[in-house]
Structures are given as structure tokens and as C-alpha cells.
Unconditional design. Structure first.
Length: 297
């Protein structure tokens, strides 16, 4: 479960050159959330995605290193947003008009893995934000924003005091919310500059927007991805467990995983079951035919 949460909190990056497949994938119970993308070329080919043309041809055609396509984000949203995984072939025809036909391009994608079921709460500046989960469930923070954004909700309307609307966000909001609330059944925090600092110009009203989910496991704790594997206290204590206990836990984990797969994919599970029965019947029939033929011989 801790590894699952570390995968959810990660920022993923994928890239592919022209003519290659790009593949995006998220763990169980999460879907792809596209953050940003780029298609074009801003570095020379000897640094990324070398040209497939002969060197003599590459010297005749000057490479454009200021080439970008503005439709890449929308294309990625159409292809991959809210899906468990996606894969497609990268080429200029996918993104409309090619601004630099003689230059080999590449696709860069930044994405996160969003839980399938999540909640969102907003607190205006100087108000208290309270998060809570049902009994035997704990909080898993997915994202947190303190500041002001263009797509603000109507819960904290912006009062124009003669200042232009400028986006501003705290760089430490997510880390602070994870420290305060992650792995707890309930928590509260003030949406104030005392807690998060002031990322905006004086006089701009801010708000705190938190997206989280409730998980049913008490083992759901923050994960320090900088810790070397095998050096944590949990790994050292697990090595002291009897072999029988570890085997039973592994069997229980496999049973839970199988049950989760069946509940989420009933049609596929039924197909596998029927296919297994059919294969068993065919093998039994073959065995009977061989036995009868051997007796006859």
C-alpha cells in the first residue's frame, strides 16, 4: 500500500521520437491525469532523438531547434486523460499542421496518476480546512494548492481591488498537507499565510484547494522515496518474521488481489472462467480418446 501511494504521488515523464510508440501507464485504482506536454524540437538531434537521415542529408537541411506544436496538450488529453493506460504512435500527422517538416521531432509528456475515487475541499484564506474519513479509513493526499489560479471556483470569489488577476501558488503546499494529514483519519489546518507563506502580491486573496482520497488500510503512510531500499526499519523487522507467517501473508495478499480483479472486471473474470472450463473439458476428452484408442490397440 505504501508503494501504491508513492506511485500515486509521483510525477511521471514519458517521451518518444517520431516513428516510436509512447506508452503511459498508471497503477491499479488510478487513472492518467495529463499535466503538460510538448511536441517539436528545442534541442539539437545529437542530444535527443538523433536524425534517421544520412549525415550528408542532415548537413544540407538546417535543423530547426525552435519548433513546437500548440495542439499537443489537447491531443494527449483526448487520447489518454482518465484512462488506466494508453499507447499510440508519434508522428506529425497526429498534431495537425507540421511547422517544421524537415526536422525530426519528439513528444514529451508529464502526467500523474489520480485515484479513481477522490474528494475535493476548498477553504478561503484564514478559514480552517477540515478533512476526515470514515472509521478504519485514513487520508491520502493527492494534490494541494494554496494561492490563486485562473480556474478558481466560486467558493472563494476574487474581489477586484484594482489589481490584475495573476496566478500564484505556494511551492510547499503539497508537502505540508502530506506532513499534516497523510495517513490520519482526520486533520485540520488554517488556509493562512502563516502556514503556507505568501506566494502572491500583497492584497491578493488566496485559497487552499486539497484533493484527497480515503483508503481502508491503516498502513497508508507517507513514503520517503529518497530512502534506499532495504534500509528502512520495516524491512529490517520483516526479515525477523517466521517463514510461515510470510507465506500466509503472501497467500492472503494474492487472494485479495484476485478478489479486487474479479470485482472490477466481472466480464473478463467470467470469460477466463468459462475458457478454463472449456480447456479442461477438451483436455479430458482428449485423454479419454487416447485411453480408448490405447485399449483398442
Amino acid at each position: 500500500f505504501a508503494g501504491y501511494i508513492s506511485q500515486v504521488l509521483k510525477n511521471y515523464t514519458a517521451h518518444a521520437c517520431d516513428g516510436e510508440y509512447v506508452s503511459l501507464r498508471c497503477p491499479h485504482r488510478t487513472t492518467i491525469s495529463i499535466q503538460s506536454s510538448f511536441y517539436g524540437r528545442i534541442v539539437p538531434s545529437h542530444q535527443l532523438c538523433p536524425s534517421r537521415y544520412p549525415h550528408s542529408y542532415a548537413t544540407l537541411v538546417k535543423e530547426d531547434v525552435a519548433c513546437s506544436v500548440g495542439t499537443s496538450l489537447q491531443k494527449l488529453l483526448d487520447e489518454c486523460q482518465d484512462r488506466r493506460s494508453c499507447q499510440f504512435l508519434v508522428n506529425s500527422r497526429l498534431f495537425g499542421t507540421d511547422p517544421c517538416p524537415a526536422t525530426g521531432k519528439y513528444l514529451l509528456v508529464w502526467y500523474k496518476c489520480r485515484p479513481n475515487e477522490y474528494k475535493s475541499k476548498v477553504a478561503c484564506e484564514d478559514d480552517k480546512l477540515r478533512l476526515s474519513c470514515k472509521k478504519s479509513m485514513v487520508i491520502a493526499i493527492y494534490s494541494a494548492v494554496f494561492g490563486r489560479t485562473q480556474g478558481d471556483s466560486l467558493e472563494c470569489p476574487y474581489q477586484n481591488l484594482g489589481m490584475p488577476m495573476i496566478e500564484c501558488q505556494s511551492a510547499t503546499a503539497l508537502q505540508l498537507m502530506i506532513k499534516r494529514c497523510h495517513g490520519k483519519r482526520s486533520c485540520s489546518i488554517y488556509a493562512s499565510t502563516y502556514e503556507f507563506g505568501d506566494p502572491c502580491y500583497p492584497g491578493i486573496q488566496k485559497h487552499l484547494n486539497v484533493i484527497y482520497t480515503c483508503d481502508s488500510t491503516p498502513l497508508l503512510l507517507p513514503v520517503d522515496e529518497t530512502e534506499a531500499p532495504g534500509l528502512s526499519s520495516s524491512s529490517s523487522s520483516s526479515s525477523m518474521e517466521p517463514v510461515g507467517v510470510g507465506t500466509e501473508m503472501a497467500l492472503l495478499s494474492n487472494l485479495l488481489a484476485a478478489y479486487a480483479f474479479i470485482t472490477e472486471n466481472p466480464e473478463r473474470a467470467a470469460l477466463y472462467f468459462v475458457s478454463g472450463v472449456c480447456i479442461g473439458l477438451v483436455l479430458t476428452l482428449l485423454a479419454l480418446v487416447l485411453r480408448v484408442s490405447c485399449r483398442t490397440d
